[in-house]
Design a protein around this ligand. Structure first.
Ligand code: MN
Length: 231
């Protein structure tokens, strides 16, 4: 087979302790999944989970021990950080029940759901899709994947993000409104999950803007540190 032009490379994320990398198929994200973050966005209560996607090539891989770089994106004047636990799907399926969901998870990583908040808010106001606010180039930095059996108690792990050394976000994964098992149940009722899918599970409160030169350092306990500078 030949192509008109060189096909884009497979996006892949390193796996701790292995030479094989995790090839990315899709990037699913959960909206407003921590109560205090839902409140800061102007919402209250437990809504059914809802989802959006980012293109796989929005991923910015930050290798272990490195500091990644993202360009300050086009069009926005209000680029927000959202630190998130990311689940990496190793076994696909549809209509997966919550009780079985964690068997489908290969591992976990720390990710940033970077958001052009001004554009997202404008789209919300107009009832239009969030793509321009969420699915832009370099909007999904991620660190290495830790296999699930080495990741510790991710469901009760501390999660935080610092910018230039100062706390911005600090919470615990146990405060997810919809935990990962429930999220997978809902997600796999709408889409057939496949190996290579990533799920950004939502961000806790404290989202705020970054500007050029800022250094973001975030973590989920047990999964290492994700370091990303805004160029
Ligand atoms: Mn998010």
């Amino acid at each position: 087979m030949s192509y008109l032009f060189t096909p884009p490379p497979v996006v892949s994320v390193p796996v701790m302790g292995r030479s094989e990398r995790f090839p990315v198929r899709r990037v699913y994200c959960v909206g407003r999944n921590y109560e205090e973050h839902a409140k800061e966005m102007g919402f209250t209560g437990r809504e059914p989970p809802f989802f959006f996607l980012k293109p796989a090539d929005a991923i910015v891989v930050v290798e272990a021990g490195q500091t990644g770089t993202i360009a300050y994106p086009l069009l926005t004047k209000n680029l927000h950080h959202e630190i998130e636990l990311v689940a990496a799907i190793g076994t696909g399926g549809r209509n997966i029940k919550a009780a079985d969901a964690l068997k489908h998870v290969y591992g976990y990583a720390v990710g940033l759901d970077m958001t052009r908040r001004d554009l997202q808010n404008e789209m919300k106001k107009q009832g239009r899709p969030w793509c321009i606010g969420k699915g832009f180039d370099q909007s999904a930095p991620i660190g290495p994947i830790t296999p699930a059996d080495q990741a510790g108690d991710v469901a009760h792990a501390e999660i935080y993000l610092q910018v230039n050394g100062a706390d911005r976000q600090r919470s615990n994964v146990s405060k997810l409104i919809w935990n990962l098992s429930e999220t997978i149940e809902h997600l796999s009722a709408a889409w057939e999950l496949q190996p290579g899918d990533l799920i950004y599970t939502g961000t806790p409160e404290g989202v705020a803007a970054v500007v050029s030169g800022d250094l973001m350092v975030g973590s989920v306990a047990g999964l290492g540190e994700l370091r990303v500078r805004v160029a």
